[in-house]
Design a protein around this ligand. Sequence first.
Ligand code: DUC
Ligand code: ZN
Ligand code: ZN
Ligand code: ZN
Length: 486
Amino acid sequence: MSKVIKGGMVCTADRTWKADVLIEGEKIVRIGEDLVGDEYIDAEGAYVIPGGIDPHTHLEMPFMGTTAAETFETGTWAAAVGGTTMIVDFCLPGADGSIKNAINEWHRKSAPQICSDIGYHMAITGWNENVFDEMKDAVDMGVNSFKHFMAYKGALMIEDDEMFASFKRCAELGALPMVHAENGDLVAELQQKYFDQGITGPEGHAYSRPPELEGEAANRAITIADTAGVPLYIVHVSCEQTHEAIRRARQKGMRVYGEPLIQFLTLDEGEYFNKDWDHAARRVMSPPFRNKQHQDSLWAGLQAGSLQVVATDHAAFSTEQKRAGRNDFRIIPNGSNGLEERLAVLWTEGVETGRLTPNEFVAATSTNVAKILNIYPQKGAIVEGADADIVVWDPKITKTISPANHHSILDYNVFEGFEVTAQSRYTLSRGEVIWAWGQNSQPQPGRGKFVPRPAFAAPNVALSKYKELTSPKMIKRDPMNIPAGI
Ligand code: DUC
Ligand code: ZN
Ligand code: ZN
Ligand code: ZN
């Protein structure tokens, strides 16, 4: 059974033109005029874009004494509604510290639930011989990127020497290191200081994580990556300082990538001063939302190409879960939503306002992600031979975002009240229509597939070389336990 997406404007990262798209099975087989097939999908008046890829989600992640409420099923269903056909989720090691076991655990949880495709990043939360060895297993298992937390002291935070060892390992494996850039030592100090001053509410979260501490960590990570001779991906870039660090590094010829979040582009720090505690706490995430000056810098980075992708860091905790931090902002589970809203909000606030072209929108939501994470052109492209992950993107459907009409499991939505001016008319995942506007039927859980991401071409370094140079040490960390006041 072939399908033709008919009458739309194909819009890729490079250009926009009127064409039909012929799909056979799971693949795009032809792009051209007046194509014929067994079935037709109406794209008149709409753009035909590569399915969104969200490079940063935390579904069902055990974190800060609880587990993120969004499941792999509800998350990928919400994603499909929003025009996202693939997510890259963060694997955290469990109590045994094993990378291999963590990846298998993520497969166990995600495989029966996912409605569309998935990849993983692996978190490196400590350093020892086993981590060194298992990083190779991860790459062999199709996980070619490793995240390092420079914050969450006493739980996930990694020290500079460990990060350097891990970055060197990435260099020899052809893997991409990533960082959560915040100076965790200073964040912990500031948290204690504000708490001791009697600031116990969500505003303390914003005060204790100033942009300077993010910029410092970003610069440090860039220096470490440069010394290790490896590219670097900085997740959730929230502020001008981090953007500037990335811009400078790129100007020097380094491959440093920056990922602003849709939340950071459109929501500001004023949210933490809302009189309604629940409202403010629902928006507590790290790094926190910033002011307009920082937002302007992020938009400029997307326009100029010094920032490449827009993600969500979707880590959804219910109001009830957030209330664990009722008397102490330090234990409010960190995270906010956006998986379903990312494309529509970026379109409305970016393309409709003239800040981004439709092609830049496609690059930031899909194509650049696929390139940076080494799955292009299987994903992120409308070309013959690519997976038919395609969205018929209708710039005339308007919607007011609300928990009443969203598909996330959450009981609130940080974008509530946003009027968006575009939606997915049809979302296709490997040739199958998994969302049709107005029908609201859920795709089959378990139909999604894990997408292995191969290693990048690596310099030819003997695998044993750094094993002698790096001093393995065992530091026990427990992501479930972030003690207050450290
Ligand atoms: N930040 C969050 O807000 N949530 C999950 C992890 C992170 O780094
Ligand atoms: Zn330290
Ligand atoms: Zn992070
Ligand atoms: Zn994250």
